[in-house]
Design a protein. Structure first.
Length: 107
């Protein structure tokens, strides 16, 4: 598993009424990177989080994005069985763009 988490960001200060704004920004960024959202759901182990599966065209591989407002957490993941050339190259750049928008650092 490859994980890039955004630490020390401004997301811990987001008010509940502003959550949708953050969700819209994340989805806009997904599109700017040429990705398609194939699934938007939540994780049963992280109540209240938002979780996206994204793909690049019809290529193999998935880049997962998770935003957990109650914890102020945001991270990207690539599962071992979903690695592809495009997502392993893209994950660092995507994470850097998230830190530009929300502050913090990639860890």
């Amino acid at each position: 598993m490859i994980t890039y988490e955004i630490f020390d960001s401004n997301l811990g200060n987001v008010k509940p009424m502003d959550e949708q704004f953050i969700l819209d920004e994340i989805e806009e960024l997904i599109g700017q990177f040429g990705l398609t959202i194939t699934q938007r759901t939540t994780l049963s182990t992280k109540k209240g989080c938002y979780h996206w599966h994204t793909k690049k065209e019809r290529q193999k591989g998935v880049l997962e994005v998770t935003y957990w407002p109650k914890q102020g957490r945001l991270w990207l993941e690539i599962a071992d069985n979903r690695k592809a050339e495009w997502n392993t190259k893209l994950i660092a750049e995507f994470a850097d763009e998230l830190t530009e928008r929300y502050g913090g650092r990639v860890g």
